[in-house]
Design a binder for this molecule. Sequence first.
Ligand code: CDP
Ligand code: CDP
Length: 217
Amino acid sequence: MKNIHIAIDGPAGAGKSTIAKRLAQEIHIDYLDTGAMYRALTYHILQLNVDVEDEETIIKEAEKIDIDFNNNCIYLNGINVDIDIRTQKVSNNVSAVSKFARVRELMVDKQREIANGKSVIMDGRDIGTVVLPKAEYKFYLDASIDIRAQRRYEQLDQNMDIEELKRDIANRDKMDQTREVSPLKKADDAIVIDTSNMTIDEVLQTMKSIINEEEGE
Ligand code: CDP
Ligand code: CDP
């Protein structure tokens, strides 16, 4: 089979990573969580107590650090940071760190390098628009803010106030959608799936039927 690239974009809690992981397993191709890369850099910056608006230092660090994936786990300078990058502190600061042009350039180069010469599913914010503009399949997953906040609430094993969580998600969406460099937006040729009232299996079936139809299976 020829190599295929599948781009999945959308706001926080739309179901991108859950669906991307399942789809990758079912159709036997690699999965790359690009958000994890921005999260790893943000975690590193917070560990160093660097201000998230300090563009010069952030760029220096982004050029220095080593971000790698092994068996779907993310490693920062050789250390597994799967858990550390999912804290609310990282979530609340990641959009600030991700807005810098040079940071994005470094991440996008690495993502394209990973995708080169093989089939891959990538999820993020700018995959269909910037990272893989020629991807064979582009999906834009969305859901209402209430549903996305509820999903996150259920995911997080901590006593969070759901209204606060909703505000945090809405802030992050806004920063991601309004930044100057590669903002979150639907690619012109992406298929939109509103997952608000869909189960994970239903979303998966919808995507698989679109892919199978075009692959002639
Ligand atoms: O899983 P969740 O939707 O919470 O977020 P994520 O995919 O882990 O992405 C975390 C953050 O990284 C986003 O809010 C963006 O600020 C940034 N990001 C980005 O700018 N571009 C990407 N391709 C992926 C993530
Ligand atoms: O990656 P993204 O931030 O877009 O979302 P996610 O982390 O994949 O999904 C957030 C949560 O919503 C997960 O716990 C999923 O199991 C759940 N989910 C759901 O309940 N129904 C869907 N149709 C999609 C996701």
